[in-house]
Design a protein around this ligand. Structure first.
Ligand code: MLT
Ligand code: ZN
Length: 469
């Protein structure tokens, strides 16, 4: 560790674990995007809020940029350190601190995985309802920094609904105790909500108080095959009216091919353009009859071509794998990810426009669609054609994203529904937020982090900076 700044930090915090071996820099300098070459200064692994605060104060004095780091499962480059930043990994702050049975809250450190939060809630007969496929690896701090969504937003909303309190070290080094788990608090600006989804540009979460709720009654999982997008939206309207939905997720035959090639089991024979995995409450025979009636009605109308209802927990898991396994099955192709949203009512028109545009402009590129159709959130993954160089591929993807951004603007949508802007989408922020909004966002950042040391280059680019800095 030859850098004198690191020697100074070590003297300041003798107990702090600092890593600077090439393998560590590589490991902690990237997220799941795999697009940038990791090049951090070093990795700091604090074990408490005091250490985080001391690091942030030191970084302010020395003008060292910090990249806050959780499970690094992000898909927008928000946790990438490619420009000599200090990675501040929260993985050693990984304890569940307190369960409060009266408030029904769980207070945790930021490095606890989402899966561990689920387990802790379940051990008290409750649930933390935010859920998605990366649950085993992502950290709760990262889910708060990105206001993570996932597969149950249709029922429970995004992360911001479930955070009752936050302790945060702001970019200026102040330790803030925000909202303290209060349900009602009309005492001015709610900084807790401002911090949620700020992608590590305002402060670093050092403790979170999460709201828990009752588990839903037992549920059923159904896989549906559908002939077209119009039918899909009709089935969604029908199921939402007749059943109490917990999830309503879609994917295309193209996505299915990838996931089957990756080891998942086919559940419906034949070729169908679209599929839905849906989960709904099935507390009693009445619920089950309602589900069957809705399915039969959809079949009679020709909105559904085929369907399967899981008969066991194992079968339900196998059906879910068809949807949740898509990201992993595409990962070896290093897809360029788009994660967009429009109002549910705008989904068919947006999809129609976008599919027509892509078919016209890029008939040769492979595009895989899937996502949380019940929330108006679509994932559009562009796969690199065999033999195409990385730079040419990225240039093509940038153009696709430009088309996407224009189409979204026409439909009033957002360029990021749940993954965040990070590095990947910062050039397109103005397609979703007005110049007046962006100016206010930058002003807020300046108040929380006057020296701009927290995650610089993420969310907005400083003019003239290279791509990842
Ligand atoms: C998902 O919905 O599976 C996640 O957002 C991950 C992805 O988009 O690949
Ligand atoms: Zn998603």
């Amino acid at each position: 560790m030859t850098d004198p700044r690191l020697a100074e930090l070590s003297r300041l915090l003798p107990g702090l674990r600092l890593l600077a071996e090439p393998g560590d820099l590589e490991h902690y300098g990237r997220d799941w995007t795999r697009r940038w070459t990791p090049a951090p200064l070093a990795i700091a692994l604090p074990t408490c809020a005091d250490e985080v605060q001391a690091i942030v104060r030191w970084a302010n004095a020395r003008h060292v940029a910090i990249v806050p780091s959780g499970g690094r499962t992000g898909l927008s480059g928000g946790a990438v350190a490619a420009c000599g930043e200090l990675v501040l990994s929260l993985e050693r702050m990984n304890r569940v601190l307190e369960f409060n049975p009266v408030d029904r809250t769980l207070t945790v450190q930021p490095g606890v995985t989402l899966h561990a939060v689920h387990e802790a809630a379940r051990s008290h007969g409750l649930i933390y309802p935010v859920d998605f496929a990366a649950r085993g690896s992502c950290s709760i701090g990262g889910t708060i920094a990105t206001n993570a969504g996932g597969i149950r937003v249709i029922r429970y909303g995004n992360t911001r609904e479930w955070v009752g309190g936050l302790k945060v070290v702001a970019g200026n080094g102040e330790l803030l105790d925000l909202n303290r788990g209060l349900i009602k608090n009309s005492s001015g600006y709610d900084f807790r909500q401002l911090l949620i989804g700020s992608e590590g540009t305002l402060g670093i979460v050092v403790e979170a108080t999460l709201k828990l709720t009752d588990p839903p009654p037992s549920s059923q999982v159904m896989l549906l095959a559908l002939p077209d997008m119009e039918a899909l939206m009709r089935v969604f309207a029908l199921f939402r009216a007749q059943l109490t939905l917990q999830a309503f997720e879609f994917f295309t035959d193209h996505a299915l091919r990838h996931v089957l090639a990756h080891g998942a089991q086919r559940a419906i024979d034949g070729d169908h353009p679209y599929y839905v995995v849906t989960e709904f409450d099935a507390a009693d025979a009445g619920d089950q009859e309602a589900a069957l009636a809705a399915f039969e009605h959809a079949l009679e109308q020709g909105w559904v071509s085929d369907g399967v209802i899981a008969q066991s927990g194992a079968q339900a898991a196998a059906l879910w794998r068809l949807r949740e396994g898509i990201t992993e099955s595409l990962a070896p192709r290093r897809p360029y990810k788009n994660d967009v949203s429009v109002r549910i009512s705008a989904v068919p028109a947006f999809l129609h426009d976008m599919q027509a545009l892509l078919a016209h402009e890029y008939p040769q590129i492979e595009v895989v669609w899937f996502g949380h159709i019940g929330d108006g959130n679509l994932h559009i993954n562009v796969l690199r054609p065999e033999g195409m160089a990385e730079e040419a591929f990225i240039a093509q993807c940038d153009h696709v994203t430009r088309l996407l951004a224009e189409t979204l603007q026409r439909h009033g949508g957002s360029i990021s529904a749940e993954h965040g802007i990070g590095l990947v989408k910062r050039a397109y922020l103005e397609s979703t937020r007005s110049p007046a909004e962006i100016a206010l966002m930058q002003g807020v950042r300046g108040v929380f982090d006057p020296n701009g040391i927290l995650n610089p280059g993420k969310l907005f680019a400083a003019a003239g900076t290279p791509r990842a800095c």
